[in-house]
Design a binder for this molecule. Structure first.
Ligand code: SF4
Length: 58
């Protein structure tokens, strides 16, 4: 199972990952955070659409 990581230092809080993949990401104040470190199937799509490449799926 792929592991999901999010670098909050890079995140600009646009909300795209939460919109595309709410099973893996949630907002944490002005930033997003990982709420489930196991890829639920949409984390890669969220990673590809993050404007600052803060999400890693490996
Ligand atoms: S898509 Fe990227 S920049 Fe936008 S909230 Fe998610 S991690 Fe942050």
């Amino acid at each position: 199972m792929a592991t999901v990581e999010l670098d909050q230092n890079k995140c600009i809080g646009c909300g795209t990952c939460v919109a595309l993949c709410p099973a893996n990401f949630e907002m944490d104040g002005a930033k997003a955070k990982v709420k489930n470190t196991e890829d639920t199937g949409c984390a890669k799509q969220a990673s590809e659409n993050c404007p600052v490449s803060a999400i890693t799926v490996k």
